[in-house]
Ligand binder design. Structure first.
Ligand code: GDP
Length: 384
């Protein structure tokens, strides 16, 4: 194929049984059976986090907000690949839903109905907030939000008093229907109301962060990415590794994605470009779909023994932009964008460096999460 011709698309995929498809299935089995037993002969080649370790750490994520604010929709779109339009038919949440997401981190989405008086003594605060990584509060920006903000303020004060380490993440949601000006006004009003309440109570630096979100674009994925990244104790080490990789390979942007949710858990430290993120995110869908069609349980493509060869793929677009994807382990894949005419000739170097990066990543995750907070030293292989 002539790379200079308009709309030319050349792809090259090594489509062995993709480990993330295999393990998506295994994870489902774990949820259904409610045990930690993983059956089947196919094991991940490089499980970054052993199950026991993930269970020990188990950062938990709680999704709260008033009825009809959009909680179930967010969980369904982000973690269950539901098309946004189909959320119109979701039943409103009337009870606590524990939705265990078996991803690179074991986190849970608890979907609370808004009318629950969880701050009353009949509820066990330790059960709700103990071991919580982040509390995501969803506010419907298209509705009257004063009640929601008042409840949120009460919740933040309680959390600050007993669990000051929990990140409070406020999703100012459904902003798709609002003009830019109106969005900014609502954003500022909500921030103001919460900050006033907090400073009146004497909390000047409470860990409260705000995001404008909608399920109809990538903003909710972006927001979740930021939320999850705060729960990774060794994020700066990962970013440094990705920066080094990007500098050596001439990548414009690199994301380390969680394949199932398409949340990125780390990226290089260059500014995030939404168009670039969307392109990488869409490319994961393409590869997962193609892998599912042609390599799932295909006897000739299944590698022998316990070893799984990671999926690797690249595509060169008509403007010479190359998207390169390499599966890192059963949950994560590295997706990079290269805007360079010589990118195709550098494929060997790129693959080699990505493998070196993979080794570094393994080393980072093979250490215990707690230790990583103190030890930021990484003795990874040199990138050439
Ligand atoms: P829950 O009770 O908080 O779980 O709310 P649901 O998830 O059931 O959502 C209530 C309604 O809000 C549904 O009709 C969704 O389609 C709609 N909704 C959710 N997110 C968005 C969004 O980002 N934009 C718009 N316009 N509607 C949304």
């Amino acid at each position: 194929m002539d790379p200079d011709s308009e709309h030319c698309l050349s792809t090259s995929c090594l489509l062995y049984t993709p480990a993330y498809k295999t393990n998506a299935r295994l994870s489902l089995e774990i949820i259904l059976q409610g045990t930690n037993h993983v059956s089947g002969s196919v094991q991940p080649r490089s499980a970054l986090i052993p199950n026991t370790q993930a269970r020990d750490a188990k950062p938990r994520l709680l999704l709260m907000g008033l009825r009809r604010s959009g909680k179930s929709s967010i969980a369904s779109v982000v973690f269950h690949k539901m098309p946004p339009n189909e959320t119109l038919f979701l039943e409103s949440t009337t009870r606590i839903q524990k939705d265990s997401i078996h991803s690179f981190m074991d986190f849970q989405v608890w979907d609370f109905p808004g009318q629950l008086e969880y701050l009353e003594p009949s509820f066990d605060l330790e059960d709700i907030f103990g071991s919580l990584g982040a509390l995501v509060w969803v506010i419907d920006a298209q509705d009257d939000y004063l009640d929601s903000v008042a409840r949120l303020n009460r919740t933040i004060l309680t959390v600050q008093q007993y669990y000051p380490g929990i990140n409070i993440e406020v999703f100012i949601h459904k902003v798709d229907g609002l003009s830019d000006e109106f969005r900014t006004d609502i954003y500022q009003d909500i921030v103001q109301r919460i900050s006033d309440e907090l400073s009146d109570a004497g909390y000047e630096n409470a860990p409260v962060h705000y995001y404008l979100t909608s399920i109809y674009d990538y903003s909710v994925f972006e927001a979740f990415s930021k939320v999850i990244q705060k729960l990774i104790p060794n994020l700066s080490t990962l970013e440094n590794l990705i920066n080094t990789l990007g500098n050596n390979c001439g990548f414009e942007k690199t994301y380390l994605f969680d394949v199932l949710s398409k949340i990125y858990i780390a990226s290089d430290t260059r500014p995030v470009d939404m168009a670039c993120y969307e392109m990488c995110s869409d490319y994961i869908d393409v590869i997962v779909d193609v892998s599912e069609l042609y390599s799932w349980d295909h006897p000739e493509r299944r590698p022998k023994g316990d070893q799984i060869q990671e999926a690797e793929s690249h595509v060169v677009l008509h403007d010479d932009t190359m998207i390169h994807l390499m599966e890192m382990n059963k949950y994560l894949c590295l997706v990079s964008v290269i805007r360079n005419r010589e990118s195709k000739e550098k494929r060997g170097l790129i693959d080699l460096n990505c493998r070196t990066f993979q080794d570094g990543l393994n080393e980072v995750f093979s250490r215990r999460w707690e230790q990583l907070e103190e030890t930021n030293h990484l003795d990874g292989g040199a990138l050439t």
